[in-house]
Design a protein around this ligand. Structure first.
Ligand SMILES: [Zn+2]
Length: 256
């Protein structure tokens, strides 16, 4: 039996590599890229809708905590503004009084998972458990278990399908001041963005665990300025659930 020609071996290897790369590309597309593109499509659609109707939604992630959430609720109450809180299940357990106050005062309480696992970095099993447990924590205290904001905004095909199967509303944002970073955006930049967008969905954090020591002050002063701006510019501040109910009604009208 003669030796296999070198050219045939190279061709065979090339075919295997091509098949491998194709399979990998398909997996990456469906696992990561498809949910990411869906998120971008939904964000764009919500941003356009907010712009059209001058709607503004204030959202707060990663809390609640006494240091930020408590004075924030005082401020929102004084200004008669309702907001949406995407809480972590482990924080709900620690701050039940604060969470009950938040719900009683008419704000949205949605889930941001139990322990903030990143769906792109952790294994699928723990991620699914983290999402389910977080939703149960919200439900157990009387929150809105259908509102879900994925930690870091990251979803995989699996978490996307879980959300669809369980009727979860994945709640995105359109304006990110990056208040959880050491150098957040300046208040004037955030306000300008709201003016340009004619509203939108603002992402902030009611968490006291960030490296930015002035975080509480940053959030409270920004929220004050945003409410002032909304009054000046005739922007209507809604909760996320209110935004969704208006938005879905419009979608229904368009499809009928
Ligand atoms: Zn978060």
């Amino acid at each position: 039996m003669g030796a296999i020609p070198l050219g045939s071996i190279i061709n065979m290897l090339f075919s295997y590599i091509l098949v491998g790369v194709t399979v990998l590309a398909i997996v990456v597309f469906f696992w990561f890229l498809f949910p990411f593109l869906e998120r971008k499509r939904e964000e764009k659609s919500l941003a356009d809708y907010c712009k059209e109707h001058c709607y503004l939604v204030l959202t707060f992630d990663d809390g609640p905590c006494e240091l930020v959430t408590s004075p924030l609720l005082d401020l929102l109450s004084r200004r008669n503004v309702k907001a949406s809180f995407f809480a972590l299940g482990n924080k709900i357990t620690r701050s039940k009084g604060l969470v009950r106050r938040l719900i009683t005062e008419g704000h949205d309480l949605g889930s941001h998972s139990q322990n903030h696992l990143n769906a792109w970095k952790a294994f699928p099993g723990p991620v699914l458990k983290d999402i389910r447990t977080g939703i149960m924590s919200v439900k157990s205290i009387g929150g809105n278990e259908s509102l879900f904001r994925p930690p870091y905004g990251k979803m995989t095909l699996l978490t996307y399908l879980l959300a669809k199967k369980n009727g979860l509303e994945t709640c995105w944002w359109t304006n990110d001041p990056k208040d959880s970073l050491v150098n957040p955006k300046g208040h004037s930049d955030v306000l300008t963005q709201i003016q340009i967008d004619r509203g939108g969905i603002l992402l902030l954090h009611d968490n006291d665990e960030y490296p930015n020591t002035d975080h509480t002050q940053y959030v409270l002063e920004l929220v004050k300025s945003v409410i002032d701006l909304a009054e000046q510019e005739n922007l209507q501040i809604l909760t996320y659930s209110e935004l969704l109910s208006h938005y879905k009604l419009r979608l229904q009208k368009l499809t009928n």
